[in-house]
Design a protein around this ligand. Structure first.
Ligand code: 13P
Length: 255
């Protein structure tokens, strides 16, 4: 069975010092939670100190992006192996902010996902439609393209190990989360496609998590959807109490 997966995407927030304080405090809050996978994704500058602070806890660390080359003259970029060596186990790829503000294409997302897996990191591959695409009834077609192209070339075994994050762009940072029915429909569709393209085992094991204005107030209804395996939390992950609350409410016994 897929255990719930809750990750906090801090985006461009928190210094090294703030990261260490947060991880230590979170560790205290969630120390008895063995039935939820808990991850924080600080900025690159804090990945190593987050990993050190998270040692001997049940908290994992993710980076927020990577570049697919192993090393070279790529000023400003960070490779998968560097992230891994810094202590992360996961990396977010294809976040809509990367796609929209920094030009990440589906092809780039695919190269990043492959590089992550090659370095032993678990990619959290983000997909999701814009408001315009939803209003034009293109949601499922957009998800098909992003999932197919983003995961191109992966084996069923690999897909079974990764995380796909459905993050409708219109729900990110807006306070307007997808309804449980909207999330449920998108997640069921993604899982169906994973089954068609990568096999039933891959679809069954792959975590498909939801992101977009997740808060302690709405996590319960979202995670109650059978195909919603967790959440990628932005704003509400910056405050340790609300993030811990979301983790607690995601525990199987709480749902
Ligand atoms: P918010 O939770 O702030 O809407 O952000 C969601 C997100 O982008 C997580 O990656």
């Amino acid at each position: 069975m897929r255990i719930p997966f809750i990750a906090g995407n801090w985006k461009m927030f928190k210094t090294v010092q703030e990261t260490v304080v947060f991880v230590k405090e979170l560790g205290g809050f969630v120390k008895d939670v063995a039935d939820v996978e808990i991850v924080v994704a600080p900025p690159f500058t804090s990945v190593h100190s987050a990993a050190v602070a998270a040692r001997n806890t049940n908290i994992g660390v993710a980076a927020q992006d990577l570049y697919w080359e192993r090393e070279g003259a790529f000023t400003g970029e960070v490779s998968a192996s560097m992230i891994k060596e810094a202590g992360a186990e996961y990396v977010i790829v294809g976040h809509s902010e990367r796609r929209r503000l920094f030009g990440d294409t589906d092809r780039a997302v695919n190269r990043k996902a492959i590089a992550a897996i090659g370095a032993g990191l678990t990619p959290i591959v983000c997909v999701g439609e814009t408001l315009e695409e939803r209003e034009r009834d293109q949601t499922l077609a957009v998800l098909d393209r992003q999932v197919k192209d983003g995961l191109d070339g992966l084996t069923g075994d690999q897909v079974g190990e990764i995380v796909v994050a459905y993050e409708p762009v219109w729900a990110i940072g807006t306070g307007r989360h997808a309804t449980a029915a909207q999330a449920g429909e998108a997640h069921a569709h993604i899982r169906k496609r994973l089954g068609q393209w990568f096999g039933a085992g891959a679809a069954d094991r792959c975590h498909v998590i939801y992101g977009g204005s997740v808060k302690p107030e709405n996590i319960s209804e979202l995670i109650a959807e059978p195909d919603v395996d967790g959440a990628l939390v932005g704003g509400a992950s910056l405050e340790v109490g609300s993030f811990a609350d979301i983790v607690t409410k995601s525990r199987p016994a709480a749902v």
